[in-house]
Design a protein around this ligand. Structure first.
Ligand code: PLP
Length: 438
C-alpha cells in the first residue's frame, strides 16, 4: 500500500505560484527580477473598502457565519449579477467562496462522474485541467489560437460536443490570453448548447475578469442568453476587478437553490465560512459609489500599459503579440525567438524524460528568468494537454510602466544572445541531477 493515494498523482498546479521558488533563488543570487508572472493587480485594495473591513472587525464581526455567505453580501452579489447580466438572481442561489478558484473544484465535484467529458479552453486557467483530471473526468481541451484573437465560436465547440459532455467551461475575458467572447459569439454558443446538448449539462462561466475590458467593451455573460441561466454556474469575485487577491473573496451563482445548497455543503466540509468582516467589505465593493472610479482608474492604467507593451514586443525580433481585449495579460508567440536562440535544438537534445517535462517555451522562460531577471510563464502552464509545438509566453501587465519598459528591454537584449542561451543550457547540464532541465 503506497503512502500517497493514486488520486493525488492526478492533481495539477498553478505554475504562477510554483515559480516563486525559482524567483527567490534568482533574488538570492542578486538578480533584480521583474515579475511578469503573477496574476495579481499591482494596486492596493481601495481605502473605502479597507475601512469597512477594519470597522467590522472592531465591531466584533470576527466569528463563524453562514457557510453560504452572509445575507447582505449575497444580496449585493445577486443585485450586481441582475444589474450586469440582466437576469433575475435571488440570494438563495449565491454561495460565497474564498476566491473564485474554489468554485472550479466545487463544480467538477458536484456535476461530474468518472468518464464524463469536460470541455475547457486551452490555453486556459490551469486549475480547470487539474480538477478535470483529479475527478477522473475526460479532459476535452478547446484549442484557442492567436490568429482568431483567442476567441472561438459555436462551430469550434460543436466539434467537441458528444453524448458524454457534462460540463463546458468558458472564461471571458480570459487568462492567459486576454481574449474576449463577443455577444454574437456567445449567442451562437448558447444556441448550440440549447439544441445539441443534454438538458442536464452545466456551463461553468468564469467571469473573474468581468471589470477588466478595454476600448469601451462591456462584459458579456453566456448566462444572459435565453435558456442559459438555468444551466450556468457564474463564478466571479473581488480578486482582479477590485485588486483584492489576498482577501480571498469570490462567489458562485448556481442555476438552482438545490445546487447552491451543495456548494454550501462543500464549504461546510472544507472551510466552514469566509470571514464575515471581509464579506462586509465585499458588499461595499458593489454598493458604495466610490468603487466605480477606483476600478476605472485601474483598468485605464492596464489599457495604457497594453498599448505600450504590444507594439514594443512586436519590435523584438522573433516575437509576435496580439492585442488583448481584456484581463491584464499579453500572450506573445515566441516561436521566432525560440528559433533565433536555438531553443528547439536544445530541447530536442534533452534526455527523453526531461524533454517530456519541459517545453521549448519553458526553457526560454528559465533562460529569461535566470539570465535576464524576467519572470514569465510558458504556454504549458495553461493546460499541458495539446500544448505541444506551441511557443507562447504569458506576461502580466500588472506591473509599473517602468518595470514593463525595463522588462521588454531585457527580452530584446536576450533575443540577440544565442551564445548566452547555449551557455545557460550547458551550465544546467553540467549541474547533473540538480540542473533545471534534468
Ligand atoms: N479564474 C481565473 C481565470 C483566474 O485567472 C484566476 C486567478 O488567477 C482565478 C479564477 C482565481 O481567482 P481567485 O484568486 O479569486 O481565487
Amino acid at each position: 500500500m503506497a503512502v500517497i493515494s493514486h488520486r493525488m498523482s492526478q492533481l495539477g498546479t498553478e505554475n504562477a505560484f510554483k515559480l516563486g521558488d525559482d524567483i527567490q533563488r534568482c533574488v538570492d543570487m542578486g538578480l533584480d527580477v521583474i515579475r511578469f508572472n503573477l496574476g495579481a493587480p499591482d494596486f492596493r485594495s481601495a481605502p473605502h473598502l479597507n475601512r469597512v473591513a477594519m470597522e467590522s472587525l472592531e465591531a466584533g464581526r470576527s466569528g463563524y457565519c453562514d457557510p453560504a455567505g452572509i445575507l447582505p453580501f449575497r444580496e449585493a452579489i445577486a443585485a450586481h449579477v441582475t444589474r450586469t447580466r440582466g437576469i433575475e438572481v435571488s440570494p438563495s442561489r449565491v454561495v460565497v467562496t474564498p476566491g473564485a478558484k474554489p468554485p472550479i473544484g466545487y463544480t467538477l465535484q458536484t456535476y461530474v462522474d468518472e468518464g464524463d467529458e469536460v470541455i475547457y479552453p486551452s490555453p486556459g486557467f490551469p486549475i480547470y485541467e487539474s480538477w478535470v483530471q483529479f475527478t477522473g473526468a475526460v479532459p476535452v481541451p478547446l484549442p484557442l489560437s492567436d490568429d482568431r484573437d483567442f476567441a472561438f465560436n459555436a462551430d469550434d465547440l460543436a466539434e467537441l460536443i458528444t453524448e458524454r459532455t457534462k460540463v463546458i467551461i468558458l472564461c471571458s475575458p480570459s487568462n492567459p490570453t486576454g481574449g474576449v467572447l463577443s455577444r454574437d459569439e456567445l449567442a451562437g454558443i448558447a444556441e448550440l448548447i440549447r439544441t445539441r446538448c443534454r438538458p442536464d449539462i452545466r456551463i461553468y462561466s468564469d467571469e473573474i475578469y468581468e471589470q477588466i475590458l478595454f476600448d469601451g467593451l462591456e462584459h458579456e455573460s453566456i448566462a444572459s442568453h435565453p435558456g442559459m441561466a438555468e444551466r450556468t454556474v457564474i463564478a466571479s469575485g473581488h480578486s482582479k476587478g477590485f485588486a483584492m487577491t489576498g482577501w480571498r473573496l469570490g462567489w458562485a451563482v448556481l442555476p438552482t437553490e438545490e445546487e447552491a445548497a451543495l456548494f454550501k455543503q462543500i464549504n461546510i466540509n472544507i472551510m466552514s465560512c469566509v470571514p464575515p468582516f471581509l464579506q462586509d467589505a465585499g458588499a461595499a465593493a458593489y454598493e458604495d459609489p466610490a468603487s466605480a472610479p477606483v476600478v476605472a482608474r485601474m483598468v485605464a492604467a492596464f489599457q495604457r500599459r497594453r498599448d505600450w507593451i504590444v507594439p514594443a514586443l512586436n519590435e523584438v525580433p522573433g516575437v509576435r503579440c496580439r492585442k488583448p481585449k481584456g484581463a491584464f495579460y499579453v500572450f506573445p508567440d515566441v516561436s521566432g525567438l525560440c528559433g533565433r536562440l536555438g531553443v528547439h535544438e536544445a530541447h530536442a537534445a534533452l534526455p527523453g524524460d526531461a524533454r517530456g517535462r519541459v517545453t521549448p517555451a519553458g526553457m526560454l522562460q528559465m533562460f529569461l528568468l535566470y539570465r535576464y531577471g524576467v519572470a514569465t510563464m510558458d504556454r504549458a502552464s495553461f493546460g499541458r494537454i495539446g500544448a505541444e509545438g506551441q511557443d507562447f509566453l504569458r506576461m502580466s501587465i500588472a506591473n509599473s510602466m517602468d518595470d514593463i519598459r525595463r522588462g521588454v528591454g531585457r527580452i530584446a537584449e536576450a533575443a540577440g544572445d544565442a551564445a548566452g542561451f547555449a551557455g545557460f543550457v550547458s551550465a544546467e547540464a553540467a549541474r547533473g541531477a540538480k540542473g533545471l532541465f534534468a
